[in-house]
Each structure stands twice: as structure tokens, then as C-alpha cells.
Design a protein around this ligand. Structure first.
Ligand code: COA
Length: 194
């Protein structure tokens, strides 16, 4: 397997507008507040519980932190760098996930459309390729999820194939994407990003 486990500690990553810091138990109320909304979850895989239970965030964050303790996955809380360290979204990186689910993200709805998730995902890609030396990142999207798909296109992911996926909103086309380290490096023209 090209991914060395256990993973190192989740690093703090900074972008122009964001600080990505390790997810923690104190983030549970913010996750429960921002995440369970139809516009947020409709395109997500059906294994996300819906309707979302009152303890949904607690169950999820505790589960994530256990995987983190075992060094299996990275979980970042997105916070505004001029804010108060409050979680406004999440991005995860997981080498051992199901095929094509190595990166996942969501952002509180009030912050959509400002390029923030592209910024966060750029920082996480740079960490994966430059520091961890991962050979590729494989992801999937519900093809109805235009915003998520657009982020992959902007970052140079290549569409590998399409299949069918079971999503909260129903059965939809599922697109499988790959970004290789080589493509990522060639698009940056060799400039250091971390
Ligand atoms: C997907 C998500 C994280 C995007 O966050 P964001 O910060 O708004 O994304 P960005 O602004 O960085 O980029 C979104 C891109 O999609 C485009 N876009 C958004 N909605 C679109 C639509 N309906 N059709 C076409 N393009 C769309 C934006 O214009 C932007 O592209 P541009 O920079 O070329 O203009 C956010 O919508 C979200 O949390 N969705 C719910 C959870 C989710 O779907 N997660 C991904 C699962 S794979």
C-alpha cells in the first residue's frame, strides 16, 4: 500500500483566509448546528444518517477522533483566520477509505460561493503530495453535486469513470476522480505551497 500508517499528527494548515486545525470534541455543537440541513446533505452518500439524529454530530466526531487516535485518518476543522476558532466546516483525508473516498468536505451554507473550500482543499492536497508524498488522491462525487465537481475540475482531477451511487437524495450517477502527484506538481510549475 502506498500510504504509510499510522499517519502523523494532523498539522495546522494556513491559507489566505482560513486556519485548518485538528477536529476536537468541542466542535460537536458547531457540527450539529451547521451540518444537518437538506441543501448540505442531499448529495451526500446514503450512509450519512438522515434525518440526522440529535446526537449525530457527537457520534460522528467521537468516531472520527477514535480513527484519528489510531492514526488512520486526518480530520480538519475549518476556521476563519480572522474568526474565533469556531468550526465553519470540515475536510477529511483518509488513505484507507473505500475506493474513491479519500477526501471529504463540507462548509456551513452561509459561507458557500466564496472560494473557501477550494482554498482549504488546495492546502490539504499540498500537504498530501508535498509532505506525505502520496502518489494520488481518489475521490468520488454525486454528479448532481455541481459545486463539489467544479472544485475537482479546478484542482486538476481527472474523471476516471462513472457508475451509480446511493445518495441521500436517491440513486444518482457517481463520478470517480483521480489527481496524481505528477499532475499536481506540473500544474504548480514547481512552486512551493507549504
Ligand atoms: C461543496 C462545497 C463544500 C463547496 O464549497 P464552496 O466554498 O462554496 O466552494 P468554492 O466556492 O470553493 O467552489 C465552488 C465552485 O462550484 C461552482 N458552483 C457552485 N454551485 C454550482 C452549480 N450549481 N453549478 C455549477 N457550478 C457551481 C462555484 O461557482 C465555484 O466555481 P468557480 O470558482 O469556478 O466559480 C459546499 O457547497 C458544501 O458544503 N456542500 C454540501 C456538502 C458537500 O456536497 N460536500 C461534498 C461532497 S463530495
Amino acid at each position: 500500500m502506498p500510504f504509510k500508517l499510522p499517519l502523523p499528527e494532523t498539522p495546522r494548515l494556513k491559507t489566505d483566509r482560513l486556519v485548518l486545525r485538528p477536529l476536537r470534541l468541542e466542535d460537536i455543537p458547531a457540527v450539529q448546528r451547521h451540518f444537518p440541513h437538506w441543501a448540505m446533505v442531499r448529495h451526500l452518500v446514503a450512509k450519512v444518517p438522515w434525518p440526522y439524529p440529535e446526537d449525530g454530530a457527537e457520534i460522528n466526531v467521537r468516531d472520527c477522533l477514535e480513527k484519528r487516535t489510531r492514526g488512520e485518518q486526518f480530520y480538519w476543522a475549518l476556521t476563519l483566520n480572522d474568526g474565533e476558532d469556531e468550526l465553519i466546516g470540515r475536510i477529511d483525508l483518509r488513505p484507507d477509505a473505500d475506493v474513491g473516498a479519500m477526501r471529504g468536505f463540507w462548509l456551513a451554507q452561509e459561507y458557500w460561493g466564496r472560494g473557501l473550500m477550494t482554498e482549504a482543499a488546495d492546502a490539504v492536497n499540498a500537504y498530501a503530495f508535498e509532505v506525505l508524498d502520496w502518489p494520488f488522491i481518489d475521490v468520488t462525487t454525486n454528479s448532481a453535486n455541481r459545486a463539489s465537481q467544479r472544485i475537482k475540475e479546478k484542482q486538476g482531477f481527472t474523471l476516471v469513470h462513472v457508475g451509480v451511487g446511493d445518495y441521500i437524495e436517491g440513486v444518482r450517477e457517481k463520478a470517480f476522480w483521480r489527481l496524481t502527484q505528477e499532475t499536481w506538481r506540473s500544474r504548480r510549475g514547481g512552486a512551493k505551497s507549504l
